[in-house]
Design a protein around this ligand. Structure first.
Ligand SMILES: O=C(O)C(=O)CO
Length: 361
């Protein structure tokens, strides 16, 4: 329920008239505590030049905004520009750690990432320094969920292999059993992680007449959510054994790293399809390669890999039964703009000493 409320307020904030959501205390501070150079109250660094204008404009109303210009991020430029800033909109996946915080200095009081996952952030270090951190879950749920459904279909219906057949002049649809895939209807879909993104995927797959949803999470989700998706919490082994599709939708933590390994693949159905839209490191990629190569499982659809970028010579790319995308789950124009807007609101609220719109802790 809380998640839904946050989702709603985040979406409203992203769509609403901008200054209506600026914290009153920040507006006040903006009139009292101006920096020498610009007359603005706070100095905020935006760590990526492609952060959508919606977020930058919002920050500019009350803050002096500095941009990191390099892509991919040049660490030296980042560290140099961090010096003396009050807030940071962390617009990429560069390491946010003690080195960066030291470079900024003790006046730093507010940071927001522009991502749902915060595995590149040294959270204990930020907590130790009492710096509030925001992130942007929820606004990307629909974009990531749409892509996950795409991967479910592409992997189960052999899109990649089919395309290769055309490229190689091997089109042979005169065989009735050519390129047969797995049905989604009447299937059991298992979610490893069942937060906002997992639920958005379950909602979409409901339209494909699936039979039931299983999920493995640390904590049980609310009863009304279980009822809505016909979802049942199960242990990891049951998830592996009973699912026709397994969708990984959990954060990367030390507990989830590498859990999808050879042991796990050996417990899955031979007809199972694995989809990962979370983080590459949750899967042991070498073991996945072996499982796909010897058809221990049917197929995989991956939006995330380890490492990223994946080398063009990676052996995973040689497989017919792996559909692989370059981490584009949240890559839609509207979603990016919403992420920038929420991140900017987070930074501004942190500067004002008010609760962030979507705090990471
Ligand atoms: O925001 C994130 O963490 C993502 O990985 C989006 O795909």
């Amino acid at each position: 329920m809380l998640n839904r409320f946050i989702g709603l307020s985040a979406t409203i904030a992203a769509r609403s008239s901008r200054s209506g959501f600026l914290p009153a205390s920040l507006l006040k501070a903006g009139n009292q505590n101006k920096t020498m150079s610009t007359g603005k109250a706070f100095k905020v660094l935006v760590t990526h030049p492609e952060v959508p204008q919606e977020g930058i404009d919002l920050l500019k109303e009350n803050c002096e905004v500095i941009l990191v210009n390099s892509v991919p991020t040049d660490r030296a430029e980042l560290l140099q520009k961090l010096r003396g800033v009050d807030g940071v909109l962390w617009g990429g996946h560069a390491a946010l750690n003690a080195e960066a915080l030291d470079a900024a200095g003790p006046q730093l009081k507010s940071i927001s990432t522009m991502s749902a996952g915060i595995d590149y952030v040294d959270v204990p270090e930020l907590k130790k320094r009492k710096i509030p951190l925001g992130h942007t879950p929820t606004v990307l749920n629909t974009a990531v969920a749409d892509l996950a459904v795409g991967l479910v279909i592409a992997a189960s219906r052999r899109f990649h292999e089919g395309r290769k057949k055309i490229d190689n002049d091997q089109w042979e649809n005169y065989h009735l059993n050519w390129l047969l895939g797995q049905d989604i209807r009447d299937s059991t879909v298992g979610f490893y992680g069942f937060g906002g993104i997992g639920q958005a995927i379950a909602k979409r797959l409901g339209g494909f007449d699936i039979d039931r949803v299983l999920y493995t999470t640390r904590r049980r989700v609310a009863k009304d959510i279980e009822e809505e998706y016909n979802a049942k919490k199960v242990d990891f082994d049951t998830l592996l054994a009973e699912s026709d599709f397994i969708v990984i939708a959990s954060p990367l933590t030390k507990d989830t790293e590498g859990v999808f390994n050879a042991t796990a693949f050996n417990k899955m159905k031979e007809t199972a399809v694995l989809v990962n839209i979370a983080r590459g490191k949750i899967v042991n990629q070498n073991d996945l390669y072996e499982a796909l190569k010897c058809n221990r499982i049917f197929a995989a659809g991956l939006d995330v890999t380890d490492p990223e970028p994946l080398s063009p010579t990676d052996k995973l790319l040689t497989l017919d039964n792996a559909v692989i995308l370059p981490h584009i789950g949240s890559a839609t124009k509207r979603t990016r703009a919403d992420m920038a807007t929420i991140a900017a609101h987070n930074v501004l609220r942190g500067l004002a000493g008010e609760p962030m719109l979507s705090p990471a802790y």
